[in-house]
Write a protein that binds this ligand. Sequence first.
Ligand SMILES: [Zn+2]
Length: 460
Amino acid sequence: MSDVFADLVGQDDAVDTLRRAAASAAAVLHAAHLPPPSVVPAVADDGEYDDLDALADMVDAADGVGATADADDAAINGVGATPGAVGAAPGIGATVVDPAAGMTHAWIFTGPPGSGRSVAARAFAAALQCVHGTGCGVCPGCHTTLTGTHADVRLVAPEGLSIGVGEMRALVLRAASTPSGGRWQVVIIEDADRLTEAAGNALLKAVEEPPPRTVFLLCAPSTHPEDVSVTIRSRCRVVPLRQPSAVAVAEVLVRRDGIAPDVAQWAAAAAQGHVGRARRLARDPEARQRRDAVLAVPRRLTGVGAALDAASALIEAAEAEAAASVAESDAAERAALQTALGAGGTGRGAAGATRGSAGQLKDLEKRQKSRATRAQRDALDRALVDLAGFYRDALASAWRAPVAPVHTDTAPLAEAGGQKWAPEGALRRLEAVLECRAAIEANVKPRIAVEAMMLSLWRG
Ligand SMILES: [Zn+2]
């Protein structure tokens, strides 16, 4: 069945939870259009009404909301206060869908990079906007959500290293408005771990007292306090995604993207569970070349000079890749801003506009620089993950572990390395790569971290 969840690879549990929630959300909307008494028997029938009612009262009391709160709002809030209620809920029965069972106002999608956090959030948003309430994938609600044009779905994706408070406040304000399509206002926040503290506080206020028809979908690597503040986390239901298997990734590349099975299998293994990366490797010759260059590093480390050269090459390749990826949007943004500011205008007012525009151009340059830094880090991190895969293969081979190699094309080389270095040497090298990633994440200058890593890889 090809509905909105079809591209969520290898995540059966999460898809199950989200389908159930979408059905409940649709039932909430349905119930809201019926006379109020009809809501009560549906909830009371399964014996949960008392609990739910008590919870709703507690939330109302805590939030200072009057007892006259909107029925569907109270029901959703009540369940929202009990994380994990999804599994325990009666869910989609044969006849009655409990409107409150699976739905809540705030969700966090967690999982390793490439596992599909934002794919899951978008699919769920589509299911919420689906006119059939199921995420059919073909109706206008599903279609406009997935193509990013639905009026009631807003997406925040940080281009720089963080999401600022201004952006978040504007978003929260708009999210409070009544959904124009009559269903839900959905706000998707990609990389919620990049919220500044002030932005996090602005979001927290909205999540604590959500408007009745607003749903927040946050994406973050984990629910660790470093990624998402404990207070926000406590208001959200968590949907954990796992690293999809190479088999599942290969299957979707073949089915959805029409990639040849042997190429799909190689790319899925090489991408280590990262679906988007696997697709790029399968389709983009430049991505393959960059990977080849990274995997040639271990062979090249023949001395101190060679190690430092390899470090320079790696850094410069990441810079070049990042520059290419942002060049087009940088130029387009600059041109758009200049047009908006009336650059080159000669009419009255043009001089005044120019005076004010210097500040706006400066702002834009600052944003673009932040985005470029992020793109460089991402490119470098991808290279390090590839390199870590090589040493992991060497370690697995030295141990004679019965696991498939990450990089099938360099498996013989990794095997030779494993023999030569023994498990201890292979492990030390793998750790050097992982330490380099951690150092860059902790803001050590990339060149310094990469040079230290290359020297460790050479010395062993
Ligand atoms: Zn639909």
